[in-house]
Write a protein that binds this ligand. Structure first.
Ligand code: HSE
Length: 347
């Protein structure tokens, strides 16, 4: 099966996917019988190219590596904005990998809407559309006979959404709690080694974990976005930002960390969604003291982890990377392969 893709956003993650598609091309064809043809790439900073005959991803990666515009490559059409690209690309799947804006969800929401209207499926790692408009966009997809997948929105390529929705289909998930932000977990671990808050924040930024504006990480907004995604995609609700009690790590001092260590505990920024006895869904993000020997207590550095409470299996937990070029690129690849598999079953 051949799937035609339009890549909207060609930053770190878009390039991560492109690299995987180049490196694994032979394997993907042999093992899964799938080939991908890129009919368009559009990036607001790197340029836009569209060609129904297909774009050479190796050349596209080489161009951006040498800081050249994508428009220096041969293509039928150049310079279209994202919406026009989606309208004209005739793609089977739009890959939305532009930047996340958790306040408005834009411009990603508009891209997803246009993709559905153009009868293209969507795979995305962009938290905005899923956190803020999951229900509405899912209905729109249904109306146009297409679907969307968003594994990479929580814990990058580590399976969380597909684990809960597909592998554990039939189980009732009663609570989800996890370390959903790598930057803050790294910072809290470094503070345990004696470094102070300001220093570890600088280090996290230098290592590329923290966002350019780290407010989203340290104030818990990034984790809040992921909590909204988990609640709204796994528990059938439509929670909004105001429904999530949010507290970041900015008030955690070295003295508090030392005191916790003495009693065998550690501070973790825990995002949680749970069903109350009355059937209500409660959601929060807050620094929480956990036993150092517990599953979540044992997660160090920028790693992420999540535990599901279920009626059938009890607690099910997974840990893995929560960010990264290849790791998040992989989430898009695994979504594309699942989509291809589903489409091949319909034929
Ligand atoms: N800044 C985020 C983190 C990136 O530290 O986890 C992934 O959303």
């Amino acid at each position: 099966m051949e799937l035609k893709l339009a890549l909207i956003g060609f930053g770190v993650v878009g390039q991560g996917l492109a690299k995987l598609l180049v490196d694994k091309k032979t394997q993907l064809k042999k093992k899964y019988g799938v080939t991908f043809k890129i009919t368009a790439i559009s990036d607001f900073a790197k340029g836009a190219i569209l060609d129904p005959k297909g774009i050479d991803l190796k050349k596209a990666l080489k161009a951006v590596d040498s800081r050249k515009s994508l428009e220096t490559l041969k293509a039928k059409t150049k310079g279209l904005d994202a919406i026009k690209t989606i309208k004209q690309a005739e793609a089977d799947v739009v890959v939305e990998a532009t930047f996340t804006d958790l306040k408005t969800g834009q411009p990603a929401i508009k891209h997803v809407e246009q993709a559905f209207k153009s009868k293209a499926h969507v795979v995305t790692c962009n938290k905005g559309p899923v956190a803020l408009a999951h229900k509405r966009l899912s209905n729109l997809a249904k109306k146009h006979g297409v679907s969307w997948r968003y594994e990479g929105t929580v814990m990058s390529g580590t399976p969380v959404i597909s684990l809960a929705k597909e592998a554990m289909a039939g189980a009732d998930i009663t609570a989800v709690r996890g370390i959903l932000n790598g930057t803050t977990n790294y910072m809290l671990c470094e503070m345990e080694k004696g470094a102070d808050y300001k220093k570890v924040l600088k280090k996290a930024q230098k290592l590329g974990y923290a966002e350019a504006d780290p407010t989203g990480d340290v104030e818990g907004f990034d984790a809040m976005g992921k909590v909204l995604i988990l609640a709204n995609t796994l528990m059938g609700v439509a929670l909004k930002e105001k429904d999530v009690k949010r507290k970041g790590i900015t008030k955690i001092t070295s003295a508090m960390i030392k005191k916790a260590q003495k009693s065998g505990k550690r501070y973790k920024l825990i995002g949680e969604v749970k069903k109350t006895k009355g059937g209500k869904i409660e959601a929060s993000v807050k620094p929480t003291l956990v036993p150092a020997t517990s599953f979540l207590g044992s997660i160090t550095g920028p790693r992420n982890a999540i535990s599901f409470d279920t009626d059938t299996l009890g607690e099910v937990s997974i840990t893995g990377p929560g960010a990264g070029k290849i790791e998040t690129g992989f989430s898009l690849l695994s979504d594309l392969l699942e989509l291809a598999w589903g489409l091949s079953q319909k034929k």
